[in-house]
Design a protein around this ligand. Structure first.
Ligand code: PGA
Length: 255
């Protein structure tokens, strides 16, 4: 589903963003279509939350009807780079977002901050919204090096402490909020910051309401449709758009 224009911080203030990172799952197209179809059907009447699904590249062409993101992209727009996928190709497949610098890619694929910085710049040129994953301020600074303030504004920063990823041991909303405040001191303050790391239906709303994040990056729980739908419903219930027009109204002390 194409978006008419790249989303802004204000959009995410109105509607928390819930991004599903499917990682290297599921193994067949049929399973991917089933998972996507269930999420689409069960969330179609929920207006207060923006859902983005990030499947493996190969399932992207089979999925439509919810916003799509990729889990990586290359830093050149085309050329002799065997195995790589460019931002332009992703845009052509209907993607609006791309996750960059995920800790699993930093660890297993040896991605460096310099590579991630180049990827962000190329993604922005193709009108993809980069979701920059960081676990510390050094990664934030190096990943966003040389970006103009107006370019910074187009990013989403995902605070993903490695100890919390896939471990079932989430960072507390209080601790995560401290990092969110530290990030805001470094970068354009009108930038969307989301939390990721062992998010589930029990803790999801706390990161939005208590810690003031603009959204969530959900890994394991996004592969279980019942659990993911509960995450979406609980966040929507915690910040209803009808009664409370924005997150600023929902938790004014946080901003
Ligand atoms: P998790 O993964 O929700 O399974 O901890 C989050 C992520 O890696 O983005």
């Amino acid at each position: 589903m194409w978006e008419a224009r790249p989303p802004t911080y204000e959009d995410h203030m109105q509607k928390p963003l819930i991004i599903a990172n499917w990682k290297c799952n599921p193994s067949t197209r049929e399973q991917a279509e089933h998972l996507f179809g269930t999420i689409k059907r069960e969330t179609k009447n929920i207006n207060g939350v923006k859902i983005v699904i990030c499947p493996p590249f190969v399932w992207l062409p089979s999925l439509n009807g919810l916003s799509l993101g990729a889990q990586d992209c290359f830093w050149e727009k085309d050329g002799a780079y065997t195995g790589e996928v460019s931002p332009k190709m992703l845009k052509d497949l209907g993607c609006d977002y791309v996750i960059l610098g995920h800790s699993e890619r930093r660890k297993y694929l040896k991605e460096t901050d310099e590579m991630i910085n180049k990827k962000i710049k190329t993604a922005l040129k193709s009108d993809l919204t980069p979701i920059l994953c960081i676990e510390n301020i050094s990664q934030l600074k190096k990943g966003t090096k040389d970006l103009l303030r107006k370019e910074q504004k187009k990013l989403i920063i995902a605070y993903e402490p490695v100890f919390a990823i896939g471990t079932g041991k989430p960072c507390t909303p209080e601790k995560a909020k401290e990092m969110k405040t530290a990030i805001k001191k470094i970068i354009n303050k009108d930038i969307s910051i989301i939390y990721g790391g062992s998010v589930n239906s029990q803790n999801a709303a706390d990161y939005i309401k208590m810690a003031g994040f603009q959204g969530l990056l959900v890994g394991g729980a996004s592969l279980n449709p019942a659990e993911f739908i509960k995450v979406v419903k609980n966040v929507a219930r915690a910040c209803p758009v009808v009664e409370l027009r924005s997150l600023r109204d929902c938790a004014p002390k946080l901003f």
